[in-house]
Design a protein around this ligand. Structure first.
Ligand SMILES: Cc1cc2nc3c(=O)[nH]c(=O)nc-3n(C[C@H](O)[C@H](O)[C@H](O)COP(=O)(O)OP(=O)(O)OC[C@H]3O[C@@H](n4cnc5c(N)ncnc54)[C@H](O)[C@@H]3O)c2cc1C
Length: 238
């Protein structure tokens, strides 16, 4: 086993939706780690050491003593985590790595594009910017099937109330005509993204989640808008 792998206890389990759970993994005594908001950890069960999967941190790097990850019931590991993980169990954790980092500079506008569970790292972005009372603008453009699929809905609304520079904008793709929903309907599209992004010079686009959504954002920013590479950060899960 590599030296930096650490066995951590699941300290707390929170149901976010009926298919999505947040696990809080408690750092062992004397554990020290250097990491940043937006990175991911890799997890595996002690009884299946060959089956490792990556999960973005949904907590921020300002929060010490634990890591939080938020997992959707999907595939083998996603199903085991959501249906079987309980407080008191232990998981092996490979420490955070990754370059999906929020550029929290004063005049920047982070436009964060997410579908479904791809919103998880953006909770970390919003928490850190709010805790540090930064003037960096963060806009999360979030595509879900219906309002009941919005992960962290209540917390995002609280963050909006606490931080005038943070916004969560949701579009619902699977509503029936008569369904009540005051917000936007339909797919995440270029017009909406550009309308909410505003002045492109200060924007950094982030996209996280399933390959299709991430690649669509890549095509928009790189091929259509022709923005420089450093204005685009991608985290592909597929
Ligand atoms: C950097 C990174 C960060 C990530 N962060 C998160 C996160 O924060 N939250 C999160 O929930 N996930 C995250 N993921 C995805 C996660 O790592 C797992 O891939 C996910 O939990 C699915 O588990 P699995 O790989 O064991 O699925 P697998 O069993 O390998 O399945 C992979 C996909 O194939 C589909 N599939 C499997 N078997 C079949 C079949 N027989 N027929 C049709 N389709 C099938 C599954 O539905 C699934 O979509 C992240 C991935 C990466 C790379």
């Amino acid at each position: 086993m590599p030296k930096n792998v650490v066995l951590m206890e699941i300290e707390q389990v929170t149901w976010e939706l009926e298919d999505t759970k947040t696990l809080r993994l408690k750092w062992p005594e004397d554990y020290t780690v250097s990491f940043q908001t937006g990175q991911f950890i890799t997890l595996y069960w002690p009884d299946a050491p060959k089956y490792k999967r990556a999960y973005s941190l949904s907590s921020s790097a300002l929060e010490e003593g634990f890591f939080e990850v938020t997992i959707k019931r999907d595939g083998k590991m996603g199903t085991r985590m959501v249906d079987w993980a309980e407080a008191g169990q232990q998981l092996y954790v490979i420490p955070p790595v990754g370059r999906f980092l929020p550029v929290l500079e004063p005049d920047k506008h982070l436009v964060c594009i997410a579908g479904g569970s791809g919103v998880t790292p953006f909770r970390g972005f919003a928490r850190e910017a709010t805790q540090r009372q930064l003037s960096t603008r963060i806009t999360v453009l979030y595509s879900v099937r219906t309002p009941k699929d919005i992960i962290f809905c209540e917390e995002f609304r609280q963050l909006e109330a606490a931080n005038p520079n943070f916004r969560l904008l949701v579009t619902c793709t699977r509503l029936e005509e008569g369904d009540a929903w005051p917000g936007r309907r339909g797919r995440l599209d270029t017009d909406w993204i550009l309308q909410e992004a505003g002045d492109l010079e200060q924007v950094i686009f982030y996209a996280c989640g399933p390959t299709a959504l991430v690649e669509a954002t890549e095509r928009l920013v790189r091929d259509e808008l022709r923005l420089p590479k450093d204005q685009l950060r991608l985290e592909k899960w597929g």
